[in-house]
Design a protein around this ligand. Structure first.
Ligand code: MF3
Ligand code: CO
Ligand code: CO
Length: 255
């Protein structure tokens, strides 16, 4: 494992990459409504990212051809945007987006309702956002990576949801996926989880929560990951840097 710590100059670029990803994601969220297609969202995302002088990180990654991942209902992550995928009232939609600016990546995701959704779906989305916030709250110097994983797992299971194990958060920088992997549960088989968090560590934290089983299945398109039982799943993600004082969320639009 080779963790790449970032200096202040690199963090400044990553702040800009993060802001481009976050601004674009916010615009997409405002477009979400019954009747929209995930293909439309993808085109707007690419235009906005390029308009900001950045590049869609996902495009070309392992042969992926789009700017966003758009995952509906039981789709957990890596849903492929399509003009044939029409959003319907009651759906929940996860949008994951990456922007590469001056060589550095911002990676962020959100799950939002399409029109009015069930109380159960709302609870799931709120728990997933809360789990992300609980993980972020641990990202301070002196804490250990396992504290992040544990906080996410505890927050989620206390609320009755399972946490996906086959996909993880990750270091992020020049590459979208750098070391270390950040599981959303405590895995006693990963000794590196005891590593201390120190300033300059940049992580993409991304809990994926499920109503039912955490087991996953990949569809025939070789990308779309769904819950094995067909129940709902949510996904939230931020790119965060550990600082001397604590941490800074690089993909947040909050001041
Ligand atoms: N952004 C995703 C993650 O959070 C990875 C997307 S894979 C891609 O790690 F192929 F769509 F780019
Ligand atoms: Co992502
Ligand atoms: Co990520």
């Amino acid at each position: 494992m080779a963790v790449i710590y970032k200096d202040a100059w690199e963090i400044d670029i990553m702040r800009q990459a993060g802001r481009i990803a976050a601004t674009t994601l916010q615009a997409l969220v405002r477009m979400v409504a019954p009747g929209k297609t995930t293909g439309e969202l993808d085109r707007v995302a690419e235009e906005m990212i390029r308009g900001a002088g950045a590049r869609p990180t996902f495009k070309g990654y392992r042969g992926y051809r789009h700017t966003i991942c758009a995952s509906v209902n039981e789709e957990i992550v890596h849903g492929i945007p399509s003009d044939g995928r029409v959003l319907k009232e009651g759906n929940i939609l996860s949008i994951d987006i990456g922007a590469t600016y001056k060589g550095y990546v911002g990676d962020t995701a959100i799950t939002v309702p399409v029109g009015r959704v069930s109380a159960g779906a709302t609870k799931l989305m709120e728990a997933c956002q809360g789990a992300l916030e609980a993980g972020i709250a641990q990202m301070n110097p002196g804490k250990r990576l396992v504290d992040v994983s544990r906080a996410i797992e505890q927050y989620s299971t206390e609320r009755g949801f399972s946490v996906v194990r086959n996909y993880c958060g990750h270091g992020v920088g020049r590459d979208m996926h750098e070391d270390p992997q950040v599981p959303n549960y405590v895995d006693p088989n990963l000794p590196y989880l005891s590593m201390e968090l120190r300033p300059g560590l940049v992580l993409a934290i991304e809990p994926m929560l499920c109503e039912g089983t955490y087991r996953t299945r990949t569809l025939g398109d070789q990308w779309t990951v769904v819950t094995a039982d067909g129940k709902l799943s949510a996904h939230f993600e931020h790119t965060i840097v550990v600082t001397q004082e604590g941490h800074e969320v690089l993909t947040s639009l909050k001041p």
